[in-house]
Design a protein around this ligand. Structure first.
Ligand code: GAR
Length: 213
């Protein structure tokens, strides 16, 4: 039998999507792949604690100085974005990663990085692309914009990453109802629960399975 598809998850913050992927692996929704590496651009990302609890190798590649205190995982301090990407690529290649998942990773990757892993990077975005996406639309800002527009339905999208921000081929989408009394926070949470945490693991399994064959 082929080895499982090796997955790297790139994170910046809370890591609830990472948790959903880990849980899906445990429950058997993801059975063709395994999270083999977690990389963060921020030393304070709670996602790193989630990785540590599961014994998943993790590292931080950050442009912030003095970020390494108290961390037991490798922390690489880098001077600029190019060096940061080089280090990320080195760690990804060393771990023989097949699929890169951006799960709340708040760094816009360069064309050089994206082309190096052509059709091997996917991203989860908290809206129905092409609404509320592109440069400047990330995290809570996406939900603030959806509420300001007054849309009645929003959702999440999983897509391949190409050189256009949120512009790659769409792999999965799921709609979520907007409620009258929603705040950006309540909407963000419902989009995660009802859409992101479902379609991201399902898509990862689909791609991992295809990769095995
Ligand atoms: C998620 O809602 C994800 O869709 C969003 O950031 C959040 C990360 O949460 N990503 C973007 O906005 C990318 N443009 P998490 O760290 O708890 O998974």
């Amino acid at each position: 039998m082929n080895r499982l598809t090796r997955i790297a998850v790139l994170v910046s913050g809370g890591g609830t999507n990472l948790q959903a992927i880990i849980d899906a692996q445990k429950s058997g929704i993801i059975r063709s792949g395994e999270v083999s590496l977690v990389l963060s651009n921020s030393a304070s990302a709670y996602a790193l604690t989630r990785a540590e609890k599961e014994g998943i190798p993790a590292a931080v590649v950050t442009r912030k100085k003095g970020a390494s205190e108290g961390l037991s995982i490798p922390v690489y301090e880098v001077p600029d974005k190019e060096t940061q990407e080089n280090k990320l690529m080195e760690l990804i290649d060393e771990a023989e990663i097949d699929l890169i998942v951006l799960a709340g990773f708040m760094v816009v990757l360069s064309e050089r990085f994206i082309n190096h892993y052509k059709d091997r990077i996917i991203n989860v975005h908290p809206s129905l692309i092409p609404s509320f996406c592109g440069d400047g639309f990330y995290g809570l800002k996406v939900h603030e914009a959806a509420l300001a527009k007054g849309v009645k339905v929003t959702g999440a999208t999983v897509h391949y990453v190409n050189e256009i921000t949120d512009g790659g081929r769409i792999l999965a989408q799921k709609a979520v109802e907007v409620r009258e009394d929603d705040t950006p926070e309540t909407l963000q949470r419902r989009v995660m629960e009802e859409a992101e945490w479902i379609i991201l693991p399902e898509t990862i399994e689909r791609i991992s399975y295809e990769h095995l064959r």
